[in-house]
Write a protein that binds this ligand. Structure first.
Ligand code: C2O
Ligand code: CU
Length: 516
């Protein structure tokens, strides 16, 4: 079993395993020898004029997350060089990167500066961009180096995000770097969506859900040593407390009116079962790739790592003084629930197991208003579903589990830029990709560079004790990440448009991903 990366400073502490101290002090030992990426021109779209230009720094820092000592983190910072003021909004009190707001049709140039002691990349999760702009591990940015990427915003309006996607010789660094704080939101706006006049400004709540574990002086703790680390790699890292936008859950003041709540699951591995504390349905209006055609009421909504949901909440009928909580409701998480493997001892993390029940946000209604903005019955028109017929080719991907060696797709693991024969796609084609999960765990499968439709979800085998999530899976609309439950076969329709070259697909449980 591989240990935490040697370039991180480790301290063994009784009972808590290893602490990560993300100190810039290890910069000196962190530099790679060898080849440096030499900066030459712009990757992707290279034009004379861009509508938006910015510097994005990946840099060590320190931020107060819990009371007491600030925690050392790695984070993004941005500097707007050109474009509308609203393009970049910093999250100064959080490790979260600045929220980047783009308009469809804009051309964008971003200079990514790596001020970290190890290689990194920036992946624009969900965006349809050229392969070289996609932040793939094959184009690492070395410590102290800069890389410039250019692209046109082709996607329709939606909530996307950006995060590190580094994968070195010794395994992936996505889990570590994202955990350390290298995550930010990216919002695309377009005329169609703006035309709906959905709640905006302070009536649009952006929530990034993550879980973290802290040690005594508020150091972030990532993979534990020994048996715990082995389990963490197998199931994915679960923190023992929830952070929303990089801070412990809070109470927000709201008024009697509708709200738009846009949620990213930026956790390494945790799956959320979003529900309202008073049992009202969750009204889903959008997913990864933007608004659904029509709103959908669900008893609860499942949000797997990397997925986004757009939720409508109408508080018009609420009483001033009342409160409502956004919770993650409990569900059965197979052996992670504690059954088979003997519970806490083995699973570590007694306080917040997979499938646990906890509060994400409390809304306190303070004032009444007369604002009644009806929820549009039709939300999206512009993008037609991908047409599939009986003749559309189906490509199968079998997710399997090799004890002690982790998970595999069609028996293979990540092999850098090596592409298997069954992984070559012709530009312009529409295909059905079928993921079959023959493992004891759900896997949030992500395909880079496009948005797909989920066209079928079938139970073929045993759910391996994962129960209570089925009714909350949001399959309509457009997605770049789909949760495939144990025993399920899920079919996706996708068209490979515009850009040729290498793209990647993988499970977005970051420990599974890093493990290849
Ligand atoms: Cu969100 Cu391959 O990544
Ligand atoms: Cu997985």
């Amino acid at each position: 079993m591989k240990r935490v990366h040697r370039r991180t400073v480790l301290q063994a502490m009784a009972g808590t395993g290893f602490l990560l101290t993300l100190s810039p002090g290890f910069l000196l030992t962190g530099c790679d020898g060898g080849v440096r990426a030499t900066e030459s021109g712009t990757l992707g779209l290279d034009s004379e004029e861009y509508d938006v230009e910015l510097n994005l720094y990946a840099t060590p820092g320190s931020v107060s997350i819990l009371p007491g000592t600030p925690s050392e983190v790695w984070r993004y910072r941005a500097e707007l060089l050109k474009g509308p003021e609203s393009t970049v909004s910093e999250n100064p009190d959080s490790y979260l990167g600045p929220t980047i707001r783009l308009r469809r049709g804009q051309t964008v140039k971003i200079h990514i500066h790596n001020e970290l002691p190890e290689d990194t990349t920036v992946h624009w999760h969900g965006l349809h961009v050229p392969s070289d702009v996609d932040g793939q591990p094959r184009l690492p940015i070395r410590p102290g180096e800069k890389m410039t990427v250019g692209f046109e915003v082709l996607d329709r309006a939606g909530l996307f995000w950006y995060h590190s996607h580094a994968h070195g010789d010794k395994g992936g660094r996505v889990g570590f770097q994202s955990y350390a704080g290298l995550v930010g939101l990216l919002i695309v706006e377009d005329d169609e969506e703006l035309g709906l006049g959905l709640p905006a400004g302070k009536n649009e709540l952006l929530l990034v859900l993550q879980d973290r574990t802290f040690a005594g002086a508020n150091e972030l703790v990532y993979l534990d040593g020994g048996m715990g680390a082995m389990m963490d790699r197998m199931r994915g890292f679960l923190g023992d407390r929830i952070l929303v936008n990089g801070a412990p859950p809070t109470t927000r003041k709201v008024v009697t009116r509708p709200y738009r709540i846009r949620v990213l699951n930026g956790s390494n591995a945790r799956i959320y079962k979003l529900a309202w504390s008073d049992g009202r349905p969750v009204t889903v209006i959008g997913a990864d790739g933007g608004l659904l055609q029509k709103p959908e009421d669900k008893p609860y909504a499942v949000l797997a790592p990397a997925q986004r949901l757009d939720i409508w909440l109408d508080l018009s009928d609420s009483r001033p003084g009342s409160t409502l909580e956004l919770i993650s409701d409990s569900y059965e998480a197979g052996m992670m629930s504690g059954g088979m493997m003997g519970g806490m001892g083995m699973m570590g993390n007694a306080t917040l197991p997979a499938g646990g029940h906890f509060t994400l946000m409390t809304l306190k209604v303070t004032d009444s208003t007369n604002i009644t903005e009806p929820l549009p019955t039709e939300l999206a028109r512009a993008r037609k579903k991908i047409p599939v017929t009986d003749a559309t080719p189906v490509r199968q991907f079998e997710l399997s589990h090799a004890m002690m060696r982790g998970f595999a797709i069609n028996g293979r693991r990540f092999a850098g830029t090596t592409v298997a024969d069954g992984e070559k796609v012709r530009l312009g084609d529409t295909e059905i990709w079928e993921f079959r999960n023959n493992t004891p765990m759900p896997h949030p499968m992500h395909v880079h560079g496009l948005q797909f439709n989920v066209i079928r979800r079938e139970t073929r085998g045993n759910s391996r004790g994962w129960n209570g999530l089925t009714q909350g899976l949001v399959d309509s609309g457009w997605h770049d990440t789909v949760l495939v439950m144990p025993g399920e076969a899920v079919q996706l329709a996708m068209t490979f448009e515009r850009f040729d070259g290498l793209y990647i697909y993988h499970c977005h449980n970051m420990e599974h991903e890093d493990n290849g």
